[in-house]
Design a protein around this ligand. Sequence first.
Ligand SMILES: [Mn+2]
Length: 410
Amino acid sequence: MSILSPDTLAALEQQAIELPSWAFGNSGTRFKVFGTPGTPRDPYEKIADAAQVNAYTALAPSVALHIPWDLVDSYDDLRAHAEDLGVTLGTINSNTFQDDDYKFGALTHEDAAIRQKAIDHHLACIDVMDATGSRDLKIWLAEGSNYPGQADLRGRQDRLQESLQKIYARLGDDQRLVLEYKFFEPAFYHTDVPDWGTSYAQVSSLGDKAMVCLDTGHHAPGTNIEFIVMQLLRLGKLGSFDFNSRFYADDDLIVGAADPFQLFRILFEVIRGGGLNNPDVAFMLDQCHNVEDKIPGQIRSVLNVQEMTARALLVDRDALTAAQKSGDVLAANAVFMDAFYTDVRPALAEWRRAAASPPTRWPRTPRPATSRRSPPSASAECRRAGAPDGFRSPSAAARALRPGRRTAGG
Ligand SMILES: [Mn+2]
């Protein structure tokens, strides 16, 4: 019998984690981008790779796009392609960090013409959302300054609010704006949206359709992220997660790789705050796989999120509350740790055997652009996720090596 109760299994059944299209492209550090065999050459191929992750895990039914990295001629066509592969198109991520005009800011820039250019980019992103059926526009701002005195900190906040209001006004009834914060980088002295409080202040002034996006890698070392999760849920403003993990800066590593216990603590607060399987709180990954294979890397990430969700669901909430109320510090902590130390992997593997439908062969896609992709070979991670014997994963050296570019962003 499974150690997971029917209620827990029912909760896990509903879990959905959105994949970032950029996780499937080549990425790297500012020192080097290593190419990997078979890297997708266009958004169609990225979506095909993302669909593989969903096939293995039954956890990842949507894919986030990044504009302009994922520009295509027809988003109706891209949407149909995704739906053919059993996934949908999700959050649209804007990009105002790769244009010379934005050297000193985009939505905060002193020059009204440059601000308007950045606003227009976001309006174009909303046009894409209309075509893809996406709900969320995610904004991460690479805006700030490097030297004290360089910028008018308050003026930039005012201009940011004014710019965001113009973008917000264009949102449809069922669309949302999520504002991501990040404490530093690429600017090193000040950042215009450095923390959850600033994001909260900015989105609260906009209205109900604006929410905070919490990227787990965007905090200073030692930050109690689960406290922020609790507070944003309490305020009704936690719109989405960008899951990844970090050792030092914005490392964008596999979720749960650096600190599985932190992921557990975050997911416990999500569950306790009503954020699990709540359509208002989107679970997304924001990752780059620089040295590991990308599809298996994404599989590992979504399985890590599921595993820590399952462990957090095992916390005996009644016993925890009783211990907290009676001031029994060690008993309360023991209840918490008992759940964390419970190995749920065999139970989840059993669930996955029933829920996932890994393909028995690398799917053929009719698009000419993908026809040169060579067949993949076996990967331990795919087998670990339940791939049938003999399945060839899309990670082999047989796939054509193409030059990469850095795709890391917010
Ligand atoms: Mn992010």
